[in-house]
Design a protein around this ligand. Structure first.
Ligand SMILES: *[C@@H]1O[C@H](CO)[C@@H](O)[C@H](O)[C@H]1NC(C)=O
Length: 336
Protein backbone atom coordinates (compact mmCIF):
# COMPACT_ATOMS: atom_id res chain seq x y z
CA UNK A 1 0.00 0.00 0.00
CA UNK A 2 1.67 3.16 -1.22
CA UNK A 3 0.19 6.27 0.38
CA UNK A 4 1.91 9.07 -1.46
CA UNK A 5 0.95 10.08 -4.92
CA UNK A 6 3.94 11.03 -6.99
CA UNK A 7 3.55 12.76 -10.25
CA UNK A 8 6.10 14.28 -12.49
CA UNK A 9 5.66 17.67 -13.93
CA UNK A 10 7.41 17.90 -17.24
CA UNK A 11 9.04 21.24 -16.98
CA UNK A 12 12.32 21.41 -18.81
CA UNK A 13 13.79 24.78 -17.97
CA UNK A 14 17.36 25.50 -18.92
CA UNK A 15 19.31 27.46 -16.35
CA UNK A 16 22.86 27.82 -15.10
CA UNK A 17 22.90 24.26 -13.93
CA UNK A 18 21.80 22.64 -17.16
CA UNK A 19 18.40 21.08 -17.32
CA UNK A 20 16.25 21.77 -14.29
CA UNK A 21 13.19 19.62 -13.72
CA UNK A 22 10.49 20.05 -11.12
CA UNK A 23 9.15 16.93 -9.46
CA UNK A 24 6.10 17.03 -7.22
CA UNK A 25 5.05 14.75 -4.39
CA UNK A 26 2.19 14.68 -1.95
CA UNK A 27 2.83 12.90 1.34
CA UNK A 28 0.86 12.73 4.62
CA UNK A 29 2.10 13.92 8.01
CA UNK A 30 3.60 11.20 10.18
CA UNK A 31 4.43 8.77 7.35
CA UNK A 32 7.83 7.94 5.89
CA UNK A 33 8.75 9.84 2.74
CA UNK A 34 11.50 8.46 0.50
CA UNK A 35 12.88 9.64 -2.81
CA UNK A 36 15.67 7.95 -4.70
CA UNK A 37 18.05 10.41 -6.38
CA UNK A 38 18.94 8.55 -9.56
CA UNK A 39 22.40 8.96 -11.02
CA UNK A 40 21.18 7.70 -14.36
CA UNK A 41 18.76 10.57 -14.71
CA UNK A 42 21.45 13.17 -14.03
CA UNK A 43 23.82 11.35 -16.37
CA UNK A 44 21.30 12.03 -19.15
CA UNK A 45 21.16 15.69 -18.13
CA UNK A 46 24.95 15.96 -18.28
CA UNK A 47 25.09 14.37 -21.69
CA UNK A 48 22.43 16.63 -23.17
CA UNK A 49 24.01 19.72 -21.71
CA UNK A 50 27.58 19.02 -22.75
CA UNK A 51 26.82 17.06 -25.95
CA UNK A 52 30.35 15.69 -25.73
CA UNK A 53 29.71 12.04 -25.37
CA UNK A 54 27.07 11.31 -28.00
CA UNK A 55 26.50 7.67 -28.70
CA UNK A 56 28.48 6.36 -25.74
CA UNK A 57 26.86 5.28 -22.48
CA UNK A 58 28.67 6.85 -19.57
CA UNK A 59 28.54 6.03 -15.93
CA UNK A 60 30.38 8.88 -14.28
CA UNK A 61 30.84 9.17 -10.52
CA UNK A 62 28.74 11.99 -9.12
CA UNK A 63 27.92 13.57 -5.80
CA UNK A 64 24.77 15.33 -4.68
CA UNK A 65 24.02 18.31 -2.49
CA UNK A 66 20.44 18.60 -1.28
CA UNK A 67 18.98 21.60 0.53
CA UNK A 68 15.85 23.54 1.13
CA UNK A 69 15.53 26.30 -1.46
CA UNK A 70 16.94 29.54 -0.03
CA UNK A 71 18.49 27.76 2.97
CA UNK A 72 21.86 26.10 3.53
CA UNK A 73 20.43 22.77 4.71
CA UNK A 74 17.54 20.38 4.47
CA UNK A 75 14.46 20.80 6.67
CA UNK A 76 15.12 19.06 9.97
CA UNK A 77 12.80 16.12 9.20
CA UNK A 78 14.50 15.28 5.92
CA UNK A 79 17.85 13.49 5.60
CA UNK A 80 20.01 12.57 2.64
CA UNK A 81 22.41 9.69 2.13
CA UNK A 82 24.65 8.68 -0.73
CA UNK A 83 27.29 6.17 0.32
CA UNK A 84 29.52 6.37 -2.71
CA UNK A 85 29.75 8.45 -5.94
CA UNK A 86 28.73 5.34 -7.90
CA UNK A 87 25.57 4.85 -5.80
CA UNK A 88 22.20 6.52 -6.03
CA UNK A 89 21.25 8.86 -3.20
CA UNK A 90 18.17 8.83 -1.00
CA UNK A 91 16.16 11.58 0.59
CA UNK A 92 14.13 10.21 3.47
CA UNK A 93 12.34 11.28 6.60
CA UNK A 94 9.01 11.81 8.32
CA UNK A 95 7.35 15.23 8.14
CA UNK A 96 5.40 16.11 11.30
CA UNK A 97 3.48 19.19 10.14
CA UNK A 98 1.67 20.10 6.92
CA UNK A 99 3.28 22.51 4.49
CA UNK A 100 5.09 22.81 1.20
CA UNK A 101 8.82 22.14 0.97
CA UNK A 102 10.99 23.15 -2.00
CA UNK A 103 14.07 20.95 -2.07
CA UNK A 104 16.94 21.56 -4.47
CA UNK A 105 19.13 18.66 -5.56
CA UNK A 106 22.44 19.57 -7.15
CA UNK A 107 24.43 16.87 -8.89
CA UNK A 108 28.12 17.32 -9.62
CA UNK A 109 29.80 15.10 -12.13
CA UNK A 110 33.16 14.13 -10.59
CA UNK A 111 34.85 13.76 -13.99
CA UNK A 112 33.63 16.76 -15.96
CA UNK A 113 32.56 18.89 -12.95
CA UNK A 114 29.35 19.64 -14.80
CA UNK A 115 26.50 20.42 -12.45
CA UNK A 116 22.79 19.79 -12.82
CA UNK A 117 19.84 20.76 -10.68
CA UNK A 118 16.50 19.25 -9.86
CA UNK A 119 13.72 20.77 -7.78
CA UNK A 120 11.54 18.60 -5.58
CA UNK A 121 8.25 20.05 -4.35
CA UNK A 122 6.97 18.06 -1.38
CA UNK A 123 3.47 18.90 -0.28
CA UNK A 124 2.79 17.55 3.20
CA UNK A 125 -0.91 17.09 3.88
CA UNK A 126 -2.60 16.62 7.28
CA UNK A 127 -3.16 13.08 8.48
CA UNK A 128 -4.07 11.51 11.81
CA UNK A 129 -1.15 9.96 13.63
CA UNK A 130 -1.31 6.22 14.10
CA UNK A 131 -2.17 5.29 17.70
CA UNK A 132 -0.06 2.12 17.89
CA UNK A 133 3.52 2.19 16.78
CA UNK A 134 6.43 -0.19 17.06
CA UNK A 135 10.08 0.31 16.36
CA UNK A 136 12.37 -2.54 15.37
CA UNK A 137 16.11 -2.78 15.01
CA UNK A 138 17.53 -4.65 12.03
CA UNK A 139 21.14 -5.34 12.78
CA UNK A 140 22.48 -6.59 9.46
CA UNK A 141 21.49 -3.61 7.32
CA UNK A 142 22.60 -0.17 6.21
CA UNK A 143 19.95 2.49 5.84
CA UNK A 144 20.43 2.99 2.09
CA UNK A 145 19.98 -0.74 1.51
CA UNK A 146 16.58 -0.62 3.21
CA UNK A 147 15.24 2.54 1.56
CA UNK A 148 14.54 1.11 -1.94
CA UNK A 149 10.82 0.38 -2.03
CA UNK A 150 11.33 -3.32 -2.85
CA UNK A 151 13.25 -3.82 0.41
CA UNK A 152 10.78 -1.70 2.41
CA UNK A 153 8.05 -4.05 1.14
CA UNK A 154 10.00 -7.18 2.16
CA UNK A 155 10.52 -5.83 5.65
CA UNK A 156 6.92 -4.71 5.98
CA UNK A 157 5.71 -8.16 4.98
CA UNK A 158 7.62 -9.77 7.86
CA UNK A 159 6.32 -7.16 10.29
CA UNK A 160 2.75 -7.63 9.06
CA UNK A 161 3.03 -11.26 10.12
CA UNK A 162 4.60 -10.40 13.46
CA UNK A 163 1.81 -7.86 14.12
CA UNK A 164 -0.77 -10.21 12.57
CA UNK A 165 -2.05 -7.16 10.71
CA UNK A 166 -2.10 -6.16 7.04
CA UNK A 167 -2.79 -2.48 7.72
CA UNK A 168 0.70 -1.39 8.73
CA UNK A 169 2.26 1.84 7.56
CA UNK A 170 5.91 2.83 7.45
CA UNK A 171 6.53 5.72 9.83
CA UNK A 172 10.28 6.01 9.99
CA UNK A 173 13.54 4.49 8.83
CA UNK A 174 16.80 5.71 10.31
CA UNK A 175 20.30 4.48 11.01
CA UNK A 176 22.35 4.60 14.18
CA UNK A 177 24.01 7.81 12.99
CA UNK A 178 20.64 9.56 12.55
CA UNK A 179 20.00 8.74 16.17
CA UNK A 180 23.27 10.21 17.34
CA UNK A 181 24.85 6.80 17.83
CA UNK A 182 28.36 5.73 16.96
CA UNK A 183 28.79 3.79 13.80
CA UNK A 184 31.35 1.04 13.13
CA UNK A 185 34.11 1.59 10.59
CA UNK A 186 33.14 0.43 7.13
CA UNK A 187 34.45 -3.10 7.59
CA UNK A 188 33.18 -6.15 5.72
CA UNK A 189 30.55 -7.93 7.79
CA UNK A 190 29.90 -4.92 10.02
CA UNK A 191 26.71 -3.00 9.65
CA UNK A 192 25.39 0.20 11.14
CA UNK A 193 21.99 -1.33 11.74
CA UNK A 194 18.69 0.27 10.88
CA UNK A 195 15.68 1.31 12.95
CA UNK A 196 12.30 0.77 11.29
CA UNK A 197 9.14 2.20 12.82
CA UNK A 198 5.70 1.10 11.65
CA UNK A 199 2.26 2.05 12.91
CA UNK A 200 -1.33 0.94 12.77
CA UNK A 201 -4.82 1.69 14.03
CA UNK A 202 -4.97 -1.88 15.24
CA UNK A 203 -3.66 -2.97 18.63
CA UNK A 204 -0.49 -5.05 18.99
CA UNK A 205 -0.53 -8.80 18.31
CA UNK A 206 0.09 -11.43 20.99
CA UNK A 207 3.69 -11.65 19.76
CA UNK A 208 4.24 -7.92 20.16
CA UNK A 209 2.50 -7.81 23.53
CA UNK A 210 5.29 -10.01 24.84
CA UNK A 211 7.55 -6.96 24.60
CA UNK A 212 5.54 -5.45 27.47
CA UNK A 213 5.83 -8.55 29.65
CA UNK A 214 8.10 -8.80 32.71
CA UNK A 215 9.74 -11.94 31.23
CA UNK A 216 10.84 -9.99 28.18
CA UNK A 217 12.26 -7.22 30.36
CA UNK A 218 14.08 -9.72 32.55
CA UNK A 219 15.47 -11.87 29.73
CA UNK A 220 16.57 -8.91 27.68
CA UNK A 221 18.24 -7.28 30.69
CA UNK A 222 20.25 -10.35 31.67
CA UNK A 223 20.99 -12.53 28.66
CA UNK A 224 23.32 -11.43 25.92
CA UNK A 225 21.46 -13.01 23.02
CA UNK A 226 17.73 -13.55 23.37
CA UNK A 227 16.11 -15.33 20.46
CA UNK A 228 12.76 -14.20 19.18
CA UNK A 229 10.20 -16.85 20.23
CA UNK A 230 9.74 -19.48 17.50
CA UNK A 231 6.06 -18.74 16.81
CA UNK A 232 6.97 -15.07 16.39
CA UNK A 233 9.85 -15.55 13.95
CA UNK A 234 8.90 -14.41 10.49
CA UNK A 235 11.98 -13.15 8.69
CA UNK A 236 12.40 -14.83 5.34
CA UNK A 237 15.68 -13.12 4.50
CA UNK A 238 18.33 -13.29 7.24
CA UNK A 239 19.47 -9.70 6.68
CA UNK A 240 15.92 -8.51 7.49
CA UNK A 241 15.71 -10.24 10.88
CA UNK A 242 14.98 -8.00 13.83
CA UNK A 243 16.90 -7.88 17.11
CA UNK A 244 14.12 -9.01 19.46
CA UNK A 245 15.41 -7.22 22.53
CA UNK A 246 15.57 -3.86 20.80
CA UNK A 247 11.86 -3.74 20.05
CA UNK A 248 9.96 -0.76 21.39
CA UNK A 249 6.23 -0.25 21.44
CA UNK A 250 4.69 3.20 21.45
CA UNK A 251 1.13 4.04 22.32
CA UNK A 252 0.18 7.57 21.54
CA UNK A 253 -1.42 9.45 24.43
CA UNK A 254 -5.19 9.22 24.67
CA UNK A 255 -5.70 12.85 23.68
CA UNK A 256 -4.34 11.99 20.25
CA UNK A 257 -6.07 8.64 20.17
CA UNK A 258 -9.63 8.96 21.32
CA UNK A 259 -10.89 9.93 17.88
CA UNK A 260 -10.58 6.39 16.64
CA UNK A 261 -10.35 4.37 19.72
CA UNK A 262 -13.04 4.64 22.25
CA UNK A 263 -16.71 4.06 22.45
CA UNK A 264 -18.91 7.04 23.08
CA UNK A 265 -19.11 6.95 26.88
CA UNK A 266 -15.37 6.45 27.25
CA UNK A 267 -14.68 9.33 24.88
CA UNK A 268 -16.82 11.67 26.89
CA UNK A 269 -14.94 10.60 30.00
CA UNK A 270 -11.53 11.15 28.39
CA UNK A 271 -12.50 14.52 27.00
CA UNK A 272 -13.81 15.62 30.39
CA UNK A 273 -10.67 14.38 32.02
CA UNK A 274 -8.57 16.40 29.58
CA UNK A 275 -10.69 19.43 30.10
CA UNK A 276 -10.13 19.13 33.83
CA UNK A 277 -6.40 18.68 33.37
CA UNK A 278 -6.15 21.80 31.23
CA UNK A 279 -8.31 23.69 33.71
CA UNK A 280 -6.12 22.49 36.57
CA UNK A 281 -2.94 23.51 34.77
CA UNK A 282 -4.31 26.97 34.10
CA UNK A 283 -5.19 27.38 37.75
CA UNK A 284 -1.75 26.27 38.75
CA UNK A 285 -0.06 28.74 36.39
CA UNK A 286 -2.22 31.54 37.75
CA UNK A 287 -1.37 30.73 41.34
CA UNK A 288 2.35 30.46 40.49
CA UNK A 289 2.17 33.82 38.78
CA UNK A 290 0.47 35.38 41.76
CA UNK A 291 3.12 34.09 44.18
CA UNK A 292 6.12 35.70 42.55
CA UNK A 293 5.82 38.91 44.52
CA UNK A 294 5.28 40.92 41.35
CA UNK A 295 1.98 41.86 39.84
CA UNK A 296 0.54 38.92 37.94
CA UNK A 297 0.93 39.24 34.16
CA UNK A 298 -2.33 40.59 32.77
CA UNK A 299 -2.45 37.76 30.28
CA UNK A 300 -2.98 35.31 33.13
CA UNK A 301 -6.09 37.10 34.34
CA UNK A 302 -9.55 36.11 33.18
CA UNK A 303 -10.36 39.39 31.49
CA UNK A 304 -8.71 42.78 31.56
CA UNK A 305 -8.53 46.13 29.88
CA UNK A 306 -5.05 46.37 28.33
CA UNK A 307 -4.99 50.17 28.54
CA UNK A 308 -6.16 50.64 32.15
CA UNK A 309 -5.23 47.21 33.48
CA UNK A 310 -8.68 47.13 35.03
CA UNK A 311 -10.00 43.64 35.60
CA UNK A 312 -13.47 42.38 35.21
CA UNK A 313 -14.64 40.47 38.22
CA UNK A 314 -15.00 36.80 37.32
CA UNK A 315 -18.48 36.89 38.82
CA UNK A 316 -19.61 39.51 36.34
CA UNK A 317 -17.98 37.94 33.36
CA UNK A 318 -21.14 36.16 32.26
CA UNK A 319 -22.83 39.46 31.62
CA UNK A 320 -19.94 41.17 29.82
CA UNK A 321 -20.35 41.12 26.05
CA UNK A 322 -17.41 39.53 24.29
CA UNK A 323 -16.76 42.57 22.12
CA UNK A 324 -16.76 46.03 23.69
CA UNK A 325 -14.62 47.76 21.09
CA UNK A 326 -17.46 49.98 19.87
CA UNK A 327 -17.55 52.01 23.08
CA UNK A 328 -13.78 52.21 23.57
CA UNK A 329 -11.90 52.04 20.29
CA UNK A 330 -8.48 51.19 21.75
CA UNK A 331 -9.50 48.83 24.49
CA UNK A 332 -8.96 45.16 24.34
CA UNK A 333 -11.28 43.20 26.53
CA UNK A 334 -10.76 39.83 24.92
CA UNK A 335 -9.29 37.21 27.21
CA UNK A 336 -5.79 36.24 26.18
C1 LIG B 1 12.62 9.37 12.82
O1 LIG B 1 13.92 9.02 13.22
C2 LIG B 1 14.80 10.11 13.46
C3 LIG B 1 16.14 9.55 13.81
O2 LIG B 1 16.06 8.69 14.89
C4 LIG B 1 14.23 11.00 14.55
O3 LIG B 1 15.05 12.12 14.71
C5 LIG B 1 12.82 11.44 14.17
O4 LIG B 1 12.25 12.19 15.22
C6 LIG B 1 11.96 10.23 13.89
N1 LIG B 1 10.62 10.67 13.47
C7 LIG B 1 9.51 10.01 13.81
C8 LIG B 1 8.24 10.59 13.32
O5 LIG B 1 9.51 8.99 14.47
Amino acid sequence: EVNWLPWILLLGVSDLYGISAEIKFTTPVGRLFTYEVMREKFQNDFETSSKLYTGVLHDDPMVFKCKKQGFPDLPEWLRFIQRHPFDNGFLYGTPMSPGKYFIEIYAINKISYDAARELLVIKVIPEKLLPYQAEFFIQLREVEKVLPSSVQIEIKQDLQKLWNNEALEMINISNALDRGGRVPLPLAGHYEGVYVKVGSKKYFSKCLQRVMSPEYQRECATEAKVKIPGECTFCKIPSNCITWCKTELVRRPASQRFHHHCLEMTCVFIQLYHHQTIHGNTEELRSMASQRGVPAPLSTLPMFNSRTGERASPLQSDSIPLIMAQQEPYSDTLPR
